[in-house]
Design a protein around this ligand. Structure first.
Ligand SMILES: O=C(O)CCC(=O)C(=O)O
Ligand SMILES: [Fe+2]
Length: 224
């Protein structure tokens, strides 16, 4: 018990330090728009990926996307109905995008999980959830714990959705419509390193068309 409490305390301190360093860097970046800085810390950058990059990523997603598993991160049964898959982290193109995202936060690439692609078809959605790992679940005992918590979420919309597919943050009363190439990012952590419950969010159902996104989550420490 004492051992677990000590690990938790180390994690919290790491997350707190990472949170203040990354937020300072982001706030000093002229390309960043502040979408919410009260409770939820949510930022956006238009045209983070070019049209060609979005196109190339959508082709890659179509090759790897399978019905989204909920095994590794147990968001709850049927929480995520999209198709998803990790992109190849050895692919030079994928790595160049990883590096661009790492630079934004100012952290080493080993903090970041491999870019994950998702495709939502009509009626598919990701119900309200936090990206924070549930440390009471079995998956937390294995590899997942070694990198610590998910401190940041960076997500890029790859295409125009005819209707639906917004990313909603119900606690902050914000709804972000998908815009091709636009990155949104939020800190999952409070200043003290504890989880920020105001990060609750959902990928709302696609009503018409299809929605493609890529997501890169950043851990509280190097995880490989
Ligand atoms: O598709 C969205 O708008 C949200 C996706 C999401 O929440 C996630 O992948 O964790
Ligand atoms: Fe999420």
């Amino acid at each position: 018990m004492a051992k677990v409490a000590k690990i938790d305390e180390t994690n919290r301190k790491q997350l707190s330090a990472m949170n203040s360093a990354t937020l300072a860097r982001i706030r000093a970046d002229d390309s960043v728009q502040v979408l919410s800085d009260d409770g939820l810390q949510l930022f956006g950058i238009p045209d983070f990926f070019s049209a060609e990059e979005c196109e190339r990523l959508m082709e890659m997603i179509d090759m790897v996307a399978r019905p989204s598993p909920v095994f590794q991160v147990d968001y709850g049964r049927q929480a995520r109905t999209s198709f998803s898959g990790d992109l190849n982290h050895n692919d030079p193109f994928v790595r160049s995008l990883h590096r661009r995202m790492d630079d934004l936060l100012g952290v080493d690439e080993q903090f970041g999980e491999t870019l994950q692609g998702q495709r939502y078809e009509v009626g598919q959605e990701f119900k309200p959830h936090h990206d924070w790992f549930d440390t009471s679940q079995d998956y937390w005992k294995g590899d997942v714990a070694s990198g610590g918590q998910r401190a940041w979420t960076l997500m890029v919309y790859l295409n125009e959705v005819e209707e639906g597919g917004n990313t909603d943050f119900p606690k902050a009363n914000i709804s972000v419509p998908p815009q091709p190439g636009t990155l949104i990012m939020w800190s999952n952590v409070l200043a003290d390193g504890k989880p920020n419950m105001d990060t609750l969010h959902a990928g709302t159902p696609v009503v018409k068309g299809v929605k493609y996104v890529v997501t890169r989550w950043y851990r509280g420490r190097r995880w490989y």
